[in-house]
Design a protein around this ligand. Structure first.
Ligand code: SF4
Ligand code: SF4
Length: 63
């Protein structure tokens, strides 16, 4: 599984530098997460770093 950014994203850029595997990038509409790269921060941090820093709660687990 992976985390995903929804349309609530305001492209503030806060999450991008926090990702330990560089899975976050700027998409056409807003910032996006590459589901092939996201490791849910496992092995790096206890909490998903992008979720922790997002000011608008736009990042959720993709199911
Ligand atoms: S959960 Fe972690 S690995 Fe996945 S996109 Fe967010 S910061 Fe990157
Ligand atoms: S921290 Fe949240 S609002 Fe900011 S770019 Fe990332 S997903 Fe978008």
């Amino acid at each position: 599984m992976a985390y995903s950014i929804n349309d609530d994203c305001i492209s503030c850029g806060a999450c991008e530098p926090e990702c330990p595997v560089q899975a976050i990038y700027e998409g056409d509409e807003h910032t996006l997460i590459d589901p092939e790269k996201c490791v849910e921060c496992k092995g790096h941090f206890d909490e998903p770093q992008c979720v922790s820093v997002c000011p608008v709660d736009a990042i959720h687990l993709l199911v």
